[in-house]
Design a protein around this ligand. Structure first.
Ligand code: GUN
Ligand code: FE
Length: 432
């Protein structure tokens, strides 16, 4: 077996600050050591205590200006929207028709899909994100290309084929039967293959018929541990449209609920305009919400009520929602999250932010035994942040009086330049 160690400051979350208080939610080692055996964390602690346990031939990488964190987890992103990020001037429904659908139309071509998937993964790794819950397009080949690209780096990734049989251009629609059949074939071929998982992915209520949503629910209930990934209550016009299309449903979430799409492995992006019974039902079914601040601001959707989700004990992870979102960087996503919460006269502490981007995301995806922190026995997915990344980060951190303040500086000023290296299952997958 192969032992390797990294010496640097190390921080990771071990619980939700909401449950145990900020000070008990994390472990911090100012001069820490992370020991990895093959692809797994073997030990974590103070360098002074752990260095003497190593044999003299063990390789120790020392990063005096480094801060090690768990790899970031992005709980909502669209890989086919990589090249249309920053599309100008529209809100959700016109944004979809004007920019998104034409771009997604290109993914019938597997070579194109693979090219974008490769560049998308590079971008995630440059930003320290090691796991993501990812939308493909309606084309089966788009998901095959994505999984094949993910396998190359041995990444823990979740993806699914979009199901969409109405209210979209013909070149982007399937049928209830083909969407069920192709999704099932993808599950059989890829779900739990290595570190890959499948998510049944109806785009959102307006682009699926009753029949398609029913078959999606049926498929979800045929498997124990397949995911369900969709959008929920993002934009006011969208919510009104859903009410029109599904007049018999009590509310937006109820459309999915009636089709048996709520589960412990269901992740709903956005969830901005929810009523109390929707929060209640999300909690009751163990469903999770992906909080996507850069997207919610950029497409003008609204402010996510993190306090409400917490009150109802709903699992929440962070999502970049690229290309509706404006950055692949989880640090920049937390920067915007802080401001979204500020605008509602609440606070988002740096430890809570770290939690949401790591262990909170892992819990939302039911992967907390495997990823999300650096506990012994978990998979060695981690990032080395660089305290000297830029002149400004360097001078600002020199004034920092605590690890919490330093984290906050990274989350405010940091982006891909702050990521010195990214590791997946113990292997270096990005280095600056
Ligand atoms: N709702 C339905 N499709 C989409 C999408 O592609 N992006 C976002 N942000 N919301 C959606
Ligand atoms: Fe989205």
């Amino acid at each position: 077996s192969q032992l390797k160690a990294w010496r640097a400051a190390i921080i990771h979350c071990i619980a939700d600050p909401k449950d145990v208080g900020v000070e008990h939610a994390y472990e911090y080692f100012e001069d820490g050591l992370l020991i990895v055996e093959n692809d797994t964390i073997k030990a974590i602690g103070h360098a002074a205590e752990l260095l003497p346990t190593l044999t003299s031939d063990t390789q120790v990488e020392h990063h005096p200006d480094g801060l090690i964190t768990p790899g970031f987890i992005d709980t909502h992103i669209h890989y086919p929207q990589t090249d249309m990020i920053g599309s100008y001037g529209e809100q959700l429904l016109t944004w979809l028709n004007t920019y998104t659908f034409p771009e997604e139309g290109k993914f019938h071509d597997k070579a194109h899909a693979r090219d974008v998937a490769d560049r998308f993964l590079q971008e995630l790794l440059r930003n320290g994100t090691t796991t993501a819950l990812v939308f493909g397009t309606v084309h089966k080949v788009s998901v095959e290309a994505f999984f094949e690209a993910s396998e190359v780096h041995n990444l823990r990734m979740i993806c699914g084929k979009v199901m969409m049989d109405r209210n979209a251009p013909e070149y982007l629609t399937d049928t209830p039967e083909t969407s069920y059949q192709e999704s099932k074939e993808l599950i059989e071929a890829w779900h739990n293959k290595g570190r890959l998982h499948y998510a049944i992915t109806p785009r959102f209520a307006p682009t699926s018929s009753d029949e398609q949503l029913s078959l999606a629910g049926q498929l979800l209930n045929e498997y124990d541990d397949v995911y369900m990934h969709t959008h929920l209550s993002e934009n006011k016009d969208e919510c009104a449209w859903v009410q029109d299309l599904f007049p018999a449903s009590k509310n937006y979430l109820d459309v999915y609920d009636e089709h048996k799409l709520l589960s412990e492995r269901s992740v709903f992006a956005h969830g901005i305009h929810l009523c109390d019974s929707e929060y209640h039902r999300l909690h009751e079914t163990g469903s999770a919400i992906a909080f996507c601040p850069t997207s919610n601001l950029f497409i003008g959707s609204g402010l996510f009520k993190l306090g409400k989700a917490e009150e109802h004990n709903i699992h929440v992870g962070m999502g970049t929602d690229v290309g509706g979102g404006t950055s692949f960087s989880m640090l920049q996503t937390l920067n915007e999250a802080y401001k979204v919460i500020q605008l509602q006269n609440e606070n988002l502490s740096p430890i809570k932010s770290l939690y949401l981007a790591t262990l909170g995301g892992a819990k939302a995806l039911r992967l907390e035994e495997k990823i999300g922190n650096l506990m012994v026995g978990t998979e060695a997915d981690f990032v080395i942040l660089d305290k000297k990344a830029t002149p400004l980060i360097s001078s600002r951190l020199a004034l920092s009086k605590s690890i919490e303040e330093s984290l906050f500086v990274f989350m405010t000023l940091g982006d891909d330049r702050a990521i010195k290296a990214t590791y997946s299952a113990g292997q270096c997958v990005h280095q600056r």
